[in-house]
Design a protein around this ligand. Sequence first.
Ligand SMILES: [Fe+2]
Length: 249
Amino acid sequence: MIFRQLFEPVSSTYTYLLGCEQTGQAILVDPVLPTWQRDLAELNALGLKLAYTVDTHIHADHLTAARKLKQEAGSRIAHPALDQLPCADVSLEDGRPFTVGSITLAPLHTPGHTDHHFAYAVEGRVLTGDALLIDGCGRTDFQNGDAPTLYRSVHDKLFTLAEDTLVYPAHDYQGRRVSSIGQEKTRNPRLGDNKPLAEFVGIMANLKLAYPKFIDYAVPGNRECGQCPPGVPEDMQQYCEQVMNSHQG
Ligand SMILES: [Fe+2]
């Protein structure tokens, strides 16, 4: 399998490119709208054709490129069935493998960050979305998030994978790129080292995070598979299209 980790700097999102060497078909997991052209260029350079986009969940911090890539590259949209998105072409369910060429994703329902969040295990790796980040995890204070539910998802679904399974998260804000199940079980400061549920719930309740800047546009836009909604303010256009940094910095 061809594997690439691509970074989108506005929302610090990792997009994963999975390519089948036999058939030339590819999947993009969590593609981000402003970087759709970069992602297609990457696929072209590798001689791959985009067959599917897949998202881990309805993102609150960016718009998915699923719809745009369908328009531009003819890809199909695969999304967790639980979200019941009318714009999805294929519905993903826990325990039902999703196969493209020689690539098989194992969808893992991992609620807690959002109630319908999925991780995807594939060939010795797990794309953990926002359920498990490197030395962290996604927040649990909106979109039906729930800290005890996230604790159970991580401990019962992700930490039961083989310890050498590589952990590829949907975000990192400090330039870290990859971890492993064994490493997170040992040293994740929120969830590792057999930290009890009550302690985790206390940590998550005291994060005091700001209200997400783009959430009121991202959630409805992502329920349309990445439609930039009307009324996005000027200073947030960078979430809808690539803004060249001609003005400053
Ligand atoms: Fe998220």
